[in-house]
Write a protein of this length. Structure first.
Length: 116
């Protein structure tokens, strides 16, 4: 059974930084396409950043490229998202999942709020 647990969200001012993490059980990040997603209340969940084919290649949404960095710790089987120069539009609940995502894998997410 796969369980994904996100953590590290919080409140930050515009221009600030935050690092969020995803821990997995029942799934090995290095063997799977995994990614970060985010969702604003009332809107569709959107792709933020991910790894291609379990390897080192990273892909980013245009809105975050150059500001966000995805990383993975294969020893700990965790995945992080370092977010810099945060903007109010980055306010959302952030989730990790496979890419493409499996509906049954969605966790609770972690809330990131950027104040203007």
């Amino acid at each position: 059974q796969v369980q994904l647990v996100e953590s590290g969200g919080g409140l930050v001012k515009t221009g600030g930084s935050l690092r969020i993490s995803c821990a997995a059980s029942g799934l090995t990040f290095s063997r799977t396409n995994v990614a970060w997603y985010r969702q604003v209340l009332g809107k569709e969940r959107e792709f933020v950043a991910g790894f291609a084919w379990g390897g080192p290649s990273k892909i980013y949404a245009d809105a975050v490229r150059g500001r966000f960095t995805i990383s993975r710790d294969d020893t700990e089987n965790t995945m992080d998202l370092q977010m810099s120069n945060l903007q109010p539009d980055d306010t959302a609940v952030y989730y990790c999942n496979t890419n493409p995502p499996h509906d049954i894998y969605w966790g609770q997410g972690t809330q990131v709020t950027v104040s203007s």
